[in-house]
Design a protein around this ligand. Structure first.
Ligand SMILES: C[S@@+](CC[C@H](N)C(=O)[O-])C[C@H]1O[C@@H](n2cnc3c(N)ncnc32)[C@H](O)[C@@H]1O
Length: 267
């Protein structure tokens, strides 16, 4: 079994985690890939929303409604009390079902740091989300980068430096502001496995983007608290991408079709 997200120390530890690295090299790419800056009607979906920080940031920035769903009652309780927002509907879900979302209605869906928690349920979840997406709506995954497994980034490490096969369990550590490490258990999925997950659910036009700090303007980075007293160029994330920062899958050009798939992979 992977991490139990209903445990108090896990939920509280995750809420306290400084997600600056995600805010620099992950979430903004997800936001852009979701393409929420249009005026079309519909809602976004944050699947596996955890404490709700990301859904609220996206709702505020886009002024769009988000369904923010999680199977952990502790996470949903925390989200409702700590990150309530009129544009965000938090929902506790069971068995990966989304009965309150009409079919073909979503403008986009994101799964941030969720797939890495899952063993065999991934395809079922992606299929269920697919049914809810409107025509042309993207689905975006943010996960830790299989290529940088075992490297220590400033605020996390995913796995150890040893060979992994798809579906292998692997530990991860979040380095918390109080100096402790929150140990989590997840699963290793290679790039090829990620791409297969999309293709098998009928998604098309699949892209991967793995940026590093070196891709960003350095001056604003030097003002960020996380990097005070540290030479940016000495951090792992300067030269190694911590996340394959977005995998954007355009969908609904034809249910079940696997044509026109383009892959862009760097680093
Ligand atoms: C690492 S947290 C990520 C939270 C949030 N997406 C973020 O980026 O801050 C993973 C979350 O996914 C949720 N989760 C894992 N598997 C799930 C599933 N099958 N259905 C719904 N939620 C799930 C967990 O309960 C947990 O809250």
């Amino acid at each position: 079994m992977g991490t139990d997200w209903t445990e108090g120390h896990v939920a509280n530890g995750f809420e306290s985690y400084d997600d600056t690295l995600g805010q620099l090299l992950g979430y903004p790419y997800v936001y852009k890939a979701l393409g929420l800056s249009n005026s079309a009607a519909g809602s976004g979906l944050d699947y596996g929303c955890g404490p709700g920080k990301v859904a609220v940031r996206f709702a505020k920035a886009s002024q769009k409604h988000f369904y923010a769903v999680d199977e952990s009652s502790r996470m949903i309780d925390m989200a409702r009390s700590a990150h309530a927002h009129p544009l965000v509907s938090y929902r506790l879900i069971q068995n990966d079902d989304l009965p309150f979302v009409p079919n073909n209605a979503l403008q986009g869906a994101m799964l941030c740091f969720v797939i890495l928690n899952l063993g065999q349920r991934i395809k079922g979840i992606l299929d269920k989300i697919y049914k809810k997406l409107g025509p042309g709506a993207p689905r975006v995954i943010l996960d830790t980068n299989p290529i940088t497994t075992g490297l220590r980034f400033t605020t996390f490490q995913s796995g150890l430096r040893k060979r992994c096969a798809d579906g292998d369990k692997r530990p991860a550590w979040l380095f918390l502001p109080d100096g402790k490490a929150l140990e989590l258990t997840g699963y290793f999925w290679s790039r090829a496995a990620h791409i297969n997950m999309f293709e098998e659910s009928g998604y098309e036009d699949i892209n991967l983007m793995p940026p590093t700090l070196a891709d960003l303007p350095a001056a604003p980075l030097r003002t960020i608290g996380l990097y005070s007293g540290i030479r940016l160029e000495d951090t792992t994330e300067w030269s190694h991408p911590p996340f394959p920062s977005h995998q954007r899958a355009q969908t609904k050009l034809g249910h079940g079709l696997k044509c026109n798939t383009r892959l862009k992979m760097g680093k």
